[in-house]
Design a protein around this ligand. Structure first.
Ligand code: HEC
Ligand code: HEC
Length: 418
């Protein structure tokens, strides 16, 4: 549980937050998902998900009692609504993790897109770091701090939140497994492991989280998100973002010598970023879809024959792990976790090791319980998402287009069970 904020009065705290924040759209951020007050999936409980999505947001079934306690503690942090008094801002995109990761259960996704910006000239991408690129902070604790996309920017991209179900299993897949799988892909569609310097360990690792595979570990991602999306400084990301890069303006609101905001709990030694990482690590994967039918079995064959499975690798294995719940498991993620040159579908932003055109193969598990699709949510249907594949995905997309209407239905039925 977050020691900085009592948990019992989220509505009241939210009101405080709303009264003291300002946004580009001159509207306070309105949480789109409602943090459920009960364990998600509890039948008949207020806020319980509809039957079709039961089973999302639970703790890994094989977790130990101690791990379940860690999950519960981190889940509290994930739902905590931050206020300026508890460290929100000065710049931020929203007030809690769960606001953006809410559907169909805490840990999921939402329509709350963020904006990335940069500049491309003569084919070279400039992240406009001195202007606080590439992430736009859409809200601030004072109107004077509000950021705008600078006029120097000629590339902007929206990104919707990726779901976190099963994130610990993705983290537990060894780099070598991802690299070995890459070498087996047909050359025309072969992806590339995105090599990133992991902020938490300092090691060069295979990135796997985010639309650009820009982080390798959940600890690094939670520290980045807590700082960039909510504005809480922490031991891995100790510096507050300066509005449009203006450090002098920031210094009027935050002393450069201010201590970091996310301090370890004196009893557990854990900081909020550690508890958030524990929560996500122990979050169960999306529940497997219903029993196979003749139609979904036929669809599964088409998934292979149209080339989807070359990038959307059906399963990868985790390696040894300090948690038995994560060790040596088969993970039905339907992704190779590699970045691919997606041509016109690329979002124009270079990030981590991924170029402007490269995107991480989106894991397809849980597909039936989310939408819209693709990094910016441009596709309202799964069929449209397939049609929008370009670059290395173009041939497979064309193969889908060449299917008969009933074959397309079979493939879509199969995708709905993942
Ligand atoms: C303003 C909305 C917003 C908030 C608040 C937010 N996120 Fe996210 N999250 C996103 C978006 C957008 C992405 C996709 C990021 C990308 O690739 O650019 C994402 C991606 C992630 C991922 C990557 C998962 C994967 O497999 O790709 C993790 C982990 C994550 N968020 C954790 C968190 C945590 C922890 C918090 C709270 C500290 C948080 N997020 C708060 C919008 C948000
Ligand atoms: C060359 C590799 C590649 C092939 C082949 C491929 N995909 Fe993808 N797929 C991707 C990448 C990369 C993304 C993420 C693109 C983005 O959002 O910018 C993606 C995204 C998707 C999404 C959207 C998921 C989401 O969460 O929004 C769906 C659905 C999908 N693919 C289905 C398919 C199907 C079905 C096929 C076969 C007809 C296929 N893909 C073939 C690489 C591939």
């Amino acid at each position: 549980m977050n020691p900085r904020i009592p948990h019992a009065r989220p509505a009241l705290l939210l009101l405080c937050a709303l009264a003291s924040v300002y946004s580009l759209r001159s509207q306070p951020p309105v949480p789109q998902g409602r943090p459920a007050p009960v364990a998600p999936g509890a039948p008949g409980a207020p806020g319980a998900p509809a039957p079709a999505v039961v089973g999302f947001g639970l703790v890994l079934a094989a977790a130990t009692a101690a791990e379940k306690a860690e999950f519960t503690a981190g889940s509290g942090d994930f739902r905590t609504v931050e206020t300026p008094q508890t460290g929100l801002g000065p710049l931020f995109n929203n007030t809690s993790c769960v606001v953006c990761h809410s559907a169909p259960a805490p840990g999921g996704t939402s329509h709350n897109a963020v904006t990335r910006f940069g500049r491309t000239e003569d084919g070279v991408f400039d992240p406009l770091t001195s202007l606080d690129g590439t992430l736009l902070h859409a809200h601030a604790i004072a109107p004077a701090l509000l950021e705008v996309v600078p006029s120097e920017s000629n590339v902007q991209a929206k990104r919707i939140p990726t779901p976190l179900f099963g994130a610990g299993l993705l983290e537990a897949i060894p780099d070598a497994t991802i690299e070995a799988n890459a070498s087996e892909e047909p050359e025309s569609v072969r992806g590339r492991a995105a090599m990133v310097a992991d902020v938490a360990s300092g090691e060069e690792r295979v990135g796997r989280f985010g639309w650009k595979a820009q982080h390798a570990t959940l600890l690094s991602f939670s520290a980045d998100a807590l700082n960039e999306e909510i504005g809480i400084t922490n031991r891995l990301f100790p510096k507050a973002a300066a509005p449009d890069g203006n450090e002098a303006l920031l210094a009027k609101y935050v002393s450069p010598s201010a201590p970091i905001e996310d301090q370890p709990n004196s009893k557990t030694g854990l900081s909020e970023i550690d508890r958030l990482a524990n929560f996500m690590r122990l979050l169960a994967p999306p529940p497997a879809g219903g029993a196979p039918s003749a139609s979904t079995v036929a669809g599964q064959k088409l998934f292979v024959s149209t080339g989807c499975a070359s990038c959307h690798t059906p399963t990868l294995e985790t390696g040894p792990n300090s948690s038995a719940a994560l060790a040596n498991r088969s993970v039905a993620l339907y992704s190779d976790l590699l970045v691919h040159d997606m041509g016109a579908l690329g979002d124009g932003i270079a990030q981590g090791d991924a170029s402007t055109k490269e995107m991480r193969t989106a894991p397809l598990w849980g597909l039936g319980a989310r939408g819209p699709y693709l990094h910016d949510g441009r596709a309202q249907t799964v069929a449209q998402a397939i049609l929008d594949h370009a670059g290395q995905g173009a041939a497979s997309s064309a193969a889908y287009s060449g299917l008969t209407a009933s074959e397309k239905q079979q493939l879509l039925a199969f995708l709905g069970t993942l």
